[in-house]
Design a protein around this ligand. Structure first.
Ligand SMILES: Nc1ncnc2c1ncn2[C@@H]1O[C@H](COP(=O)(O)OP(=O)(O)OP(=O)(O)O)[C@@H](O)[C@H]1O
Ligand SMILES: O=C(CO)[C@H](O)[C@H](O)COP(=O)(O)O
Length: 334
């Protein structure tokens, strides 16, 4: 039995369906342990079931199809260390099942379409990430998964992405301005012509001046650096790897951007890149690379998407530890 938390730390993981949220959550489990962390899928707060959405023409991405009052009340209760009876949206039937009891836990992760949409819910979150996948890459991933595993046709996939786009643009995408970290996934710039989604350019956009969060940097904090790490220590095959680090402005916020374009040939050599990064929040030399190597089979492990998921997880762990230590100090002072 896991001890009762003294302080519930709330993490938000936002992004469209099929954008890598489950993969990210599996990586978080390595850092916190499955028992220490409770994941709430915000689909459970759909207020309109599948039939009602069809009748009204309101999509699941539209806030009107979701009960933000209940979401806020329940997430607030969990943060206040109280159990909740959370609704369950059943993706097989498209209906709501009877609620389930959820106890507070050390880490509560709210993941899904809208963790950062409602100002009240957003205010409860201690650290958030938005998974921002460009259209070209999203289509390619959907094709890989939904054609191979779910029997959908190419036209079905394209039609479903296009049908979701207006509400995606209106209600999901704007949340990225509120995230502490955005993992942006784009097609490579290393090749003129490329099959979209095969080689990726991945950017870790980190907000500056966030309490309890020190962004990762390459070589020299605040500088602008272009680095081709392919040399004696990192094996690169065509078209190679290019990294970038530098300051930027993102929706009016000061951010730093770390970028990897290309893919790793030998995963254990990522230690070479790790040794040039600072503020990774790893607890020992090589921890970031070990975490990546632990699940070399997860999608994205051989490129910046896996690397930045691991780094974001390390940052979440560090924020958690700081918040817990603040809480202990508060208690000791009373
Ligand atoms: N980093 C990645 N590199 C390549 N493909 C990826 C990556 N992340 C995810 N994918 C592809 O997208 C699919 C969906 O990933 P995942 O299940 O993690 O997303 P999700 O956001 O949890 O999706 P859903 O909400 O639909 O369950 C994977 O099966 C894989 O095909
Ligand atoms: O974007 C989604 C989040 O996962 C789903 O489309 C939404 O939850 C509706 O689910 P379903 O299509 O099973 O009724």
């Amino acid at each position: 039995m896991i001890s009762k938390p003294e302080r519930v730390v709330l993490i938000g993981v936002a992004g469209d369906s099929g954008c890598g949220k489950s993969t990210f959550l599996q990586r978080l489990e390595d850092l916190f342990g499955a028992e220490f962390m409770t994941v709430i899928c915000l689909d459970d707060y759909h207020s309109l079931d599948r039939k009602q959405r069809k009748e009204t023409g309101i999509t699941a991405l539209d806030p009107r199809a979701n009960n933000f009052d209940l979401m806020y009340e329940q997430i607030k209760a969990l943060k206040n260390n109280q159990a909740i009876d959370k609704p369950i949206y059943n993706h097989e039937t498209g209906e709501l099942d009877p609620p389930e009891r959820i106890d507070p836990n050390h880490i509560v992760v709210i993941e899904g379409l809208h963790p950062l949409h409602d100002e009240r819910v957003r205010g409860l979150i201690d650290f958030s990430v938005y998974l921002d996948i460009s259209d070209e890459v999203k289509i390619s991933w959907k094709i890989q998964r939904d054609m191979a595993e779910r029997g959908h046709t190419y036209d079905d996939i394209l039609a479903s992405i296009n049908a979701r786009r207006p509400d995606f643009d209106a209600y999901i995408d704007p949340q990225k301005q509120h995230a502490d970290v955005v993992i942006q996934i784009l097609p490579t710039q290393l090749l003129e012509e490329e099959k979209p989604g095969e080689i990726l350019r991945v950017r870790l956009i980190q907000k500056e001046d966030v309490k309890d969060f020190d962004p990762v940097y390459l070589f020299d904090e605040g500088s602008t650096i272009n680095w081709v790490p392919c040399g004696r220590k990192l094996t690169c095959s065509y078209p190679g790897i290019r990294m970038f680090y530098g300051p930027d402005d993102y929706y009016g916020n000061s951010v730093s951007v770390l970028e990897v374009d290309g893919q790793f040939e030998k995963l254990d050599e990522v230690i070479y890149i790790e040794s040039h990064l600072s503020n990774t929040s790893a607890k020992h030399y090589g921890e970031m690379t070990e975490l990546l190597l632990k699940h070399r089979d997860y999608p994205g492990s051989n490129n910046g998407s896996g690397l930045f998921q691991v780094l974001t997880g390390l940052k979440m762990r560090s924020t958690y530890e700081r918040l817990i230590s603040d809480k202990s100090q508060e208690k000791a002072a009373v």
